[in-house]
Design a protein around this ligand. Structure first.
Ligand SMILES: Cc1ncc(COP(=O)(O)O)c(C=O)c1O
Length: 428
């Protein structure tokens, strides 16, 4: 029953209350000296201030151009930006695959949003009716899990290993859902193929291809799409890039690619994009026109200029140096303090901004437990893993933690991990 004081609030808004992010921010702010290994922010010092200043000056320099940039734009995004994104992305896939593929993805399939979160939300809102199901990695990106829940959809967690979603487990999950008579509710498989948030895992190209084949094969009642969220693709610190799932589906029949410049350039500019199967463009555009009928054009023009000037990739190179040092600091500190302790393990992410840490079973890392309280008192905060699990399928593991290394210096990361490890040892 609804509390009388809440009756002016919609059910959806009430469901959205108590998001982990706001609670964690509150905890971090209550102690200014706390080392936050929770925040999904990027490094302040390496934000591209100079490049952005120059690009903005260029955009605003000529009369007509600046008037265009300060107007409303089109619902689907600025054409210069859309064609740059498509061109660069296809070139990257061709380079890494080592085999030319004829892409049939056209400019009208490129969809720009103010950050990829909006696109993920729009996709869920466009594809799902209440009760519909999205299969996802266990663990998975908690903001998308929350968005699906908020519109009445369900998430179904699939087992993962060091390489992300296990295809055999995905197959078994679909068999199970079919046996329960729920196959017609399955609308999508969501994956973060490069350096997953939170798992840190990367899907090998062959596995991405397998997941796509499974989606096609099980599209018996209706299409099951693969949503490939490539938010961290550019932040690679080890190994070679691998082609996107888009490469195996150049016509975009089943694949929806989601990208963003938030991690590889600036979240303040907040430009995201999608490569969208033809039949979803109209419905997605209709939903978007209810929200903002177009991402801010000034940000898009600035980003298009940065790409056109060739400044993005050189900036990414600098970010790789900064973040790989921090990732190494975190991995070294974890080895130094937690290696050999039974039940403690983590994955050596080759890129991205997160490390997923599993602690012994008797430690509950949850938001309302004693462990997090004592960690915060000792001076460190993390994201409890509990938020990263789907509502069905693989059960939640309450002894897990998402650590991020994007914001703190290498020294603070080492100190944060040391403090956290002391807590773990004290809990034995
Ligand atoms: C996996 C993943 N997808 C999407 C996003 C959304 O980023 P933005 O909305 O800034 O583009 C994030 C942000 O942390 C993320 O981690």
């Amino acid at each position: 029953m609804t509390d009388a004081s809440q009756q002016h609030i919609s059910k959806r808004a009430r469901q959205a209350a108590g998001q982990p992010i706001s609670e964690l921010m509150g905890m971090a702010l209550s102690n200014p000296n706390i080392i936050s290994l929770a925040a999904g922010f990027v490094d302040n010092q390496s934000l591209p201030t100079e490049i952005t200043r120059n690009a903005a000056a260029k955009v605003l320099a000529d009369g007509d151009g600046s008037q265009v940039a300060l107007q409303y734009g089109s619902n689907h995004g600025d054409n210069q930006l859309r064609s740059e994104i498509l061109r660069q992305s296809i070139a990257m896939n061709q380079d890494t695959a080592g085999e030319p593929v004829k892409y049939n993805t056209k400019l009208d399939q490129v969809f720009i949003t103010p950050g990829s979160n909006q696109l993920l939300f729009l996709l869920a809102d466009t594809m799902l009716d209440p009760g519909d199901i999205v299969l996802c990695a266990s663990p998975s990106y908690f903001v998308f899990i929350g968005a699906i829940r908020n519109i009445g959809g369900q998430t179904y967690g699939v087992a993962t290993d060091q390489c992300g979603i296990i295809p055999e487990s995905l197959e078994a999950a679909l068999q199970q859902l079919d046996a329960e008579g729920n196959l017609s509710k399955v609308k999508a498989i969501y994956t973060v193929p490069y350096f997953d948030n939170p798992g840190g895992t990367t899907l090998p190209a062959a596995r991405g291809k397998q997941i796509l084949e499974i989606a096609k094969r099980w599209s018996r009642k209706q299409k099951i799409y693969v949503i490939a969220d490539e938010a961290y693709r550019m932040l690679r610190y080890q190994g070679d890039d691998t082609p996107s799932i888009h490469h195996w589906d150049p016509e975009l029949q089943h694949t929806i690619v989601v990208g963003t410049f938030s991690k590889s350039f600036s979240p303040g500019i907040r430009v995201g994009w999608g490569f969208i199967p033809r039949e979803l463009i109209g419905p997605l555009g209709d939903q978007k026109s209810n929200i903002d009928f177009g991402a801010p054009l000034l940000a898009q023009k600035i980003m298009a200029t940065v790409l056109d000037d060739g400044c993005w990739l050189s900036h990414v190179e600098k970010l790789r140096v900064v973040y790989s040092e921090r990732r190494n600091a975190m991995l070294n500190a974890l080895s130094e303090h937690l290696e050999g302790i039974e039940g403690c393990y983590w994955h050596k992410a080759n890129g991205g901004l997160c490390i997923w840490l599993t602690l012994p079973k008797h430690i509950n890392t949850g938001m309302h437990g004693d462990f997090i309280k004592s960690a915060v008192e000792a001076g460190v905060i993390y994201v409890p893993g509990q938020y990263c699990f789907a509502s069905q399928g693989e059960p939640a593991n309450h002894s897990t933690i998402r650590l991020t290394f994007g914001v703190q210096s290498a020294e603070r990361i080492e100190e944060g991990v040391r403090i956290l490890s002391e807590q773990v040892k004290g809990w034995q």
